[in-house]
Design a protein around this ligand. Sequence first.
Ligand SMILES: Nc1[nH]c(=O)nc2c1ncn2[C@H]1C[C@H](O)[C@@H](COP(=O)(O)OP(=O)(O)OP(=O)(O)O)O1
Length: 162
Amino acid sequence: MHTTHYTLIFIKTQNHVLLGYKKRGFGQQKWNGFGGKLEENETISEGAIRELFEESNLVVEKQHLHYMGVVTYDDDVHRRIVYIFSASQVEGDLKESDEMRPQWFEFENIPYHNMWPDSQFWLPLVLNDHHLQARFTYNDYKIYKYNVEQLDVIPDLIHVEA
Ligand SMILES: Nc1[nH]c(=O)nc2c1ncn2[C@H]1C[C@H](O)[C@@H](COP(=O)(O)OP(=O)(O)OP(=O)(O)O)O1
């Protein structure tokens, strides 16, 4: 099976989260955090920082990046491994990019109906600062089976970066 590694970051305050409306590419016309494919010769955190900047113009420093866990997606032909981050301290001016139109949402008003159908099962954990591990099997863009686990220990990014 072909495996692709992605990053995904959620910038948040105590009760708001920054999402982007994806204008093109994989997951277009959906709201999501900022992220994308990991490039060769970069670490996972470097990828998360780069994608956030490319898509929103915001800068997050490595020490303000919180690794929250990993979500794995399988379909017939692909495995997508998505490393999830959150951050509350960012710098720079938020800007719309070719790929993403950013908007802040209250936790109570997250547009789950216009996001990947899996988000509703695990994003609330991230917003509440819980670490997680989840796996979804998709069939024809629908969730076929899934498992979401809240982790008590902080997952170690060193292992996946090694
Ligand atoms: N089922 C899913 N649920 C979710 O919440 N996020 C997902 C997801 N499947 C993928 N993602 C995330 C991972 C990543 O942050 C983003 C897709 O990354 P990219 O924008 O790099 O993909 P593209 O295929 O558009 O890349 P390029 O066309 O090479 O730019 O969507």
